[in-house]
Design a protein around this ligand. Structure first.
Ligand code: UDP
Ligand code: MG
Length: 315
């Protein structure tokens, strides 16, 4: 019998959470379905997570459990992709291991899909962000910027916490890109998406893997994956600088006629040379960023390497 609902759980150093996660999920699923599976993806954890997951797998034969062990840390995007390849359910939910996202919402999302045949995907969005003001306003700016720059609609504050039908999963699996930015992929594939609010809980144990630099890199990756707008910037900037240079030339001509002192002009000129150099470097850097992404994509390396897969199917 086909599995009704799969939960994909990316885990990176979640030794303090996985047991509680299973316990809470079992409770949440009561009265909804017992035909569900949990796909834990251990993303190269350096703590006791792999041992804990093996134990959960061996000791909980009443639940369909799969454990994918990566050969190293490949990142949450790769973990989600691996989860998609392993999940066999008609519905598939991505959910964090740290219990910030209550598994009972997965049930709510599943029921919504049951009741609405036209709905293909349910995305949970945070009603209230529980983070610092600075990070929060950076995220707001990011959503504004990326929505302006790209044709894809990014739902503000929608996390990866969502449930989709098998058709959506198959579509996502068919996208071969190496640099995966799920927030974009989920929007890009289209389908009918319903958003429901959810309340973010405190992390059960351990700490977040995100800091400001990582978030900034993630945001840049997202922009680069979804728009080539930055590549067009040199054209606009070059045009503007060309016009400015003509104006400067004219003013220098006038200065030649009316002013005898050149020292100030020399000062401005050297500042201008430096400025132009800086702009060129920035644009070269932007191009380098894109070329780097092409470079890794053409190597066609796998998105993840699983060194071991434990599955209830093999018992
Ligand atoms: N995660 C992962 N690989 C990573 C980083 C994080 O699989 O390289 C998992 C992590 O174990 C958690 C989820 O992704 O289940 C979200 O991570 P985290 O809680 O650190 O992010 P936050 O909730 O703070 O945004
Ligand atoms: Mg978290």
């Amino acid at each position: 019998m086909a599995v009704k609902h799969s939960l994909i759980v990316p885990c990176y150093n979640e030794e303090g959470n996985v047991e509680k996660f299973l316990e809470v999920t079992k409770k949440a699923m009561l009265g909804y379905t017992d035909n569900y599976e949990i796909v834990f993806v251990n993303d190269g954890s350096r703590d006791e997570t792999p041992l804990k997951l093996r134990k959960l797998f061996e000791e909980n034969k009443d639940v369909k459990i799969k454990v994918v062990n990566f050969s190293r840390n490949f990142g949450k995007e790769a973990a989600m992709y691996a989860g998609f390849t392993q999940a066999s359910g008609d519905y598939v939910t991505i959910i964090d291991a740290d219990l910030q996202q209550d598994p009972s919402y997965a049930v709510q999302m599943g029921r919504l899909l049951d009741e609405n045949p036209d709905c293909d995907m349910v995305a949970a969005f945070q009603q209230q962000r529980k983070e610092g003001k600075f990070i929060s306003s950076c995220k707001t700016m990011f959503y504004k910027a990326i929505n302006k720059m790209t044709e894809v609609d990014f739902i503000s504050d929608a996390s990866d916490f969502r449930t989709m039908r098998r058709s959506v999963v198959e579509t996502i699996l068919a996208l071969p890109e190496y640099h995966r930015f799920s927030k974009g992929i989920f929007s890009w594939v289209g389908y009918n998406t319903t958003a429901i609010p959810y309340e973010v809980r405190q992390r059960e144990s351990g700490e977040t893997k995100w800091n400001f630099i990582k978030l900034l890199k993630y945001a840049l990756d997202g922009i680069i994956a979804y728009t080539d707008m930055p590549l067009k910037l040199p054209v606009y900037t070059g045009g503007a600088m060309g016009i400015i240079s003509v104006l400067v030339f004219i003013s220098v001509l006038l200065a030649d006629i009316f002013v005898a002192d050149y020292s100030a002009a020399v000062g401005y000129a050297s500042a201008l040379v430096l400025f132009v150099g800086a702009v060129i470097c920035v644009f070269l850097g932007i191009m380098g960023y894109y070329v780097g992404k092409i470079h890794t994509q053409v190597k066609e390396r796998p998105i993840y390497i699983a060194k071991e897969i434990l599955s209830y199917e093999n018992d």
